[in-house]
Design a protein around this ligand. Structure first.
Ligand code: SAM
Ligand code: SF4
Length: 474
């Protein structure tokens, strides 16, 4: 059968690797404490888990066994990622869309959606507003529409990088947009993007078909499943995958994500840079059955299981979730969050405190200002980081796995995180955040061994405090 996209070329590794029979077979196995402990032991050795092992964790529903999984995830996160949390914010560029995804306010059949695409001047105004809050890393978000061609996306990226507000600048632009072909991915890569993120939404074929009706581009399951592989072949070595939890059984989706990560690692020598696990939120005119809604306690389980299953993949927890849950889930293995986010088109300059569903894709659970989130993170013992050093020094993808290099975090990540934190404290923080941040910097410095590296870092921090010098990374 021909599809709307079969004139485009799939990747070299293209295959529908989601073997439902096999995954369902694994999911129907009874819980087994012994296998859970074996999986935990393997994960603690920082080895990625296979399907059997991940399925053992998924089956482990007894409260005391879940506690063991949580505890292991917390320890693994501390071991691999330390206490840094990377911060970013989304910037919606346009919500025109030719697809009809049943969960999304931007679907073409939603007459209530207020359609808008930011002009270059409007885009710049949003970026200025974000820079003035202290943001350094953003993700541009687009509907799927001929207007949002690779060239258009690349122009937006260039525009964003060119904006300077005071000492502010955006140093990493990631993308969440439609799957492209090889040529398209090359075009956006050439514009200097960081990660290209595409969520499969659901790995379950029948559900995928049901919620992506008609002949819209997104109805093609394989074209989407294969997208990040094409991106990698086109040179985008940082790719992000994800599933929208609440469309189908979360247990199946976790195995789907692991299958996707393993497929990429098997074919390209490196897995996805990040995994996202957004939970379905209320959206304009969206009425979906509640059957697969993921309760909070199961959501925490899936975060912990992903942490153990893919130790070297960053986990992104978005502002869709409410503050209290974000705080709990962070400790279970999350490495990146967005903060101070607005998802209305033009929201960083035009939105007040209220969210208007017809103007946005879905409702956010956490719209606290960036500074409030920074303060909470610092008081909770985290080091919020805006670091972009690895990507800018070409330390990405296949040839580089920062977490696998012994001592890398102490040598590079902690100093770079502290330098970007100091920039934030000096240039943007309110008094409470500044105080909490200075205390955190002292605490981290105390933990570093004496020597040239520590002296050099202290020198950089002094420069940031006392001069206009910024962007001092190693
Ligand atoms: N249009 C592109 C696409 O579909 O890939 C760009 C991404 S879309 C604007 C961003 C993501 O938001 C989607 O991939 C989906 O997972 C998520 N999303 C859509 N509707 C949602 C809802 N009601 N609640 C939570 N997340 C939602
Ligand atoms: Fe369009 Fe993306 Fe929303 Fe689907 S999820 S309707 S493709 S914006």
């Amino acid at each position: 059968m021909s599809t709307v996209t079969d004139h485009w070329r799939l990747s070299e590794s293209a295959a529908d690797f989601i073997d439902e029979e096999r995954l369902n077979g694994l999911l129907s196995r009874p819980a087994d404490r012994g296998r859970v402990r074996e999986a935990i032991a393997k994960a603690m050795g920082k080895e990625p888990l296979d399907f059997d092992e991940t399925a053992a964790l998924v089956a482990a529903g007894e409260p005391d066994v879940c506690e063991e999984v949580f505890d292991a995830a917390r320890r693994l996160k501390r071991d691999v990622y330390g206490n840094r949390i990377v911060l970013f914010a989304p910037l919606y560029v346009g919500n025109q869309c030719t697809n009809d995804c049943r969960y999304c306010a931007f679907r073409r059949s939603n007459p209530a959606a207020v359609r808008r695409t930011l002009s270059p001047a409007e885009l710049r105004a949003q970026v200025e507003a974000m820079e003035n809050k202290g943001h350094r890393r953003i993700i541009l978000v687009f509907g799927e529409h001929p207007r949002y061609s690779p060239g258009f996306i690349a122009d937006c990226v260039g525009e964003v990088y060119s904006v300077r507000a005071g000492r502010g600048e955006i140093r990493r632009v990631n993308i969440n947009a439609a799957p492209l072909d090889h040529e398209g991915f090359r075009t956006v890569k050439a514009a200097g993007i960081g990660t290209y993120q595409i969520f499969q939404e659901t790995y379950h074929h029948a559900t995928y078909e049901l919620i992506h009706p008609g002949h819209a581009p997104k109805a093609d399951y394989l074209w989407r499943l294969d997208a990040v592989a094409r991106a990698m072949e086109a040179g985008c070595d940082d790719v992000g995958i994800g599933a929208l939890f609440g469309l189908y059984d979360w247990r199946f989706e976790v195995l789907g994500l692991v299958a996707h990560a393993r497929h990429l690692a098997g074919h390209y020598g490196v897995g996805p840079h990040t995994i996202s696990f957004p939970r379905l939120q209320p959206a304009s005119g969206v009425r979906l059955p509640e059957r697969w809604r993921v309760p909070d306690d199961e959501f925490k389980r899936l975060v912990a299981i992903l942490r153990l299953a893919v130790p070297y993949t960053g986990l992104i927890l978005t502002a869709r979730e409410a503050p209290a849950l974000r705080r709990e889930a962070l400790a279970l293995g999350v490495s990146q969050i967005d903060a101070g986010s607005r998802i209305e088109l033009g929201g960083y300059t035009e939105a007040g405190d209220a969210q208007v569903l017809d103007h946005e894709q879905f409702r956010l659970g956490d719209i606290r200002p960036l500074d409030e989130v920074m303060c909470e993170l610092l008081l909770d013992g985290y080091v919020p980081s805006f670091c972009t050093a690895c990507y800018r020094l070409g330390r990405t993808g296949e040839h580089f796995m920062e977490f696998a290099i012994p001592g890398f975090i102490q040598r590079f990540c902690t100093p770079n995180a502290l330098a970007t934190l100091m920039e934030y404290l000096v240039d943007y923080a309110g008094p409470a955040t500044r105080a909490a941040g200075e205390a955190a910097v002292e605490r981290e410095l105390d933990g570093l061994p004496e020597g040239d590296r520590k002296d050099a870092l202290q020198g950089r921090l002094r420069q940031i405090r006392e001069t206009d010098e910024r962007d001092l990374y190693i």
